[in-house]
Design a protein around this ligand. Structure first.
Ligand SMILES: Cc1cc2nc3c(=O)[nH]c(=O)nc-3n(C[C@H](O)[C@H](O)[C@H](O)COP(=O)(O)O)c2cc1C
Length: 445
């Protein structure tokens, strides 16, 4: 916690400054307390605006950046001293750093009243509309008979006074913490925090411009990356980089890695752009997510990433629009990747056409697809072909991310129209090896 302290006196030997110096050192475990000098603050005049002068700017910036302010006020003629009032005038004229700033008032004076009247006046001044400070209620610390209060090392002599000051400081720190928490903006839509411009580098972010067309090559040179015949030790395996590529490029799906900084860092490049289900160009690798999604899709992309990052979901599954049953049924899956400590490490996105799998299953089991009259189609995820989410053509990301249907166990979408057993035909295709069981539709093979 960071506090600043101002003694409202410009005397060379100010007791109030002495008190603040003591507080800063004695209570350093509680907060970092920096004493601000007001020695050079010019006399306030409305006709000669010196708000931009170094002493005023210095005070304004330090106060604005602090979590709280401790003002130690002398008492002159039953009210606050001119140096203190002068500072407040400047800081309520064209700049207002005290606005909503927690302030603790303390004070030291010669006599038994111990600055009490000055403190009351100062409280009133600080609460005026032009100043707008939040002065800590109920507690005050008055140091009377100040000439005899300190020892030769600048420490307060009386133990009870030290104890009481400690309790006031503790309450102030607590109060500042509570105010801070209350004022912290809690975004009502936390997913908006997702930074698609990849502006929060993680420990794997490579210092290469993200929009470089040769990001991969530049990054490889920079990291001295393994390549070709170099071996890479994996969790349970050891492969050369070539083997890894052959392996990844023969998965029957297009896979993309977007890291925890929302940077697109890999895809298994085995098809040309125009042949891909979710077309990508090799030069897009390295781009921030924002470059891969059109404006209209970005909020949905943010929602999906946020839900994966914050563990509300592990998997989203969604069909792309334009799927025509009996031809193609393209699915996009987004699965959260997490490290051994369960930290989010990015999205594994894969795209595949599940129609060949469905068709093969139907053929082998002797079934056909027929609408289920009692089914309630999932309007978003594609059982109904009419309510289609619009796809982001460049990346395949769906705009309908707000309501995709995730099946965390199997990864299967709920969307496909439920196949019903064609008990009458039940027969398998001629020539196909498996023989369907006409009663159950199950294949023997
Ligand atoms: C003009 C003047 C008026 C003062 N009036 C009071 C007063 O009303 N009450 C009081 O307790 N001390 C009064 N004092 C004494 C201050 O408490 C004393 O000067 C104190 O050291 C000021 O704080 P500083 O050392 O931080 O400058 C007055 C001092 C001056 C010079």
């Amino acid at each position: 916690m960071k506090f600043v302290g101002i003694a409202g006196s410009i005397a060379d030997e100010s007791y109030n400054r002495k008190l603040l110096t003591y507080i800063a050192s004695e209570f350093s475990p509680l907060a970092d307390i920096e004493l601000l000098s007001i020695q050079d603050v010019p006399m306030f005049s409305q006709d000669d605006d010196q708000t931009q002068s170094a002493p005023i700017q210095y005070l304004a910036k330090k106060i604005a950046a602090a979590d709280g302010v401790i003002l130690a006020t002398p008492e002159h003629n039953h009210t606050l001293a001119p140096a203190m009032k002068n500072v407040i005038e400047w800081l309520s004229f064209n700049v207002h750093p005290f606005e909503n700033k927690p302030v603790l008032i303390v004070g030291a004076s010669y006599y038994t009243q111990g600055s009490s009247r000055a403190q009351l006046s100062l409280r009133q001044v600080l609460e005026s509309p032009g100043v707008g400070a939040l002065v800590m209620p109920s507690d005050e610390f008055l140091l009377a008979d100040v000439k005899t209060a300190f020892d030769d090392h600048g420490n307060l002599k009386d133990e009870r006074t030290v104890k009481f000051l400690g309790s006031v400081m503790g309450k102030f720190a607590k109060w500042v913490t509570v105010l801070k928490a209350m004022n912290e903006k809690v975004p009502d839509e936390p997913w908006r925090q997702e930074d698609l411009s990849a502006g929060h580098p993680s420990d794997t972010t490579i210092d290469v411009p993200m929009d470089a067309k040769d990001w991969v090559e530049q990054g490889a040179a920079k990291t001295n990356a393994a390549s070709g015949h170099d071996y890479v030790q994996l969790d349970r395996g050891l492969l050369t980089v070539d083997q890894l590529n052959w392996f990844l490029n023969t998965f029957p799906m297009e896979a993309t890695y977007m890291d925890d900084n929302n940077q697109f860092v890999y895809y298994n490049h085995f098809l040309d752009h125009d042949d891909m289900l979710a077309p990508r160009y090799p030069w897009q690798v390295g781009n921030a997510a924002i470059s891969c999604h059109p404006e209209r899709a970005r909020d949905h992309v943010k929602q999906v990433i946020w839900m994966l990052r914050s563990k509300q979901k592990d998997l989203f599954a969604m069909p792309v629009p334009g799927n025509k049953l009996n031809e193609k049924y393209i699915m996009h899956y987004y699965r959260a990747m997490r490290d051994g400590d369960d930290n989010y490490r990015g999205v594994n996105e894969w795209v595949l056409d599940i129609w060949p799998i469905v068709a093969d299953y139907l053929r082998r089991t002797g079934q056909t697809l027929a609408p289920d009259p009692s089914a309630k189609p999932d309007a978003v995820s594609g059982a109904s072909q009419s309510a289609k989410p619009a796809a982001d053509a460049s990346t395949g990301a769906s705009e309908s991310a707000a309501a995709p249907v995730a099946d965390a166990t199997s990864g299967a979408s709920e969307a496909a129209a439920a196949p019903v057993v064609d008990a009458t035909s039940g027969a398998s295709d001629a020539g196909a090896a498996p023989v369907a069981d006409a009663t159950s539709g199950a294949s023997e093979a």
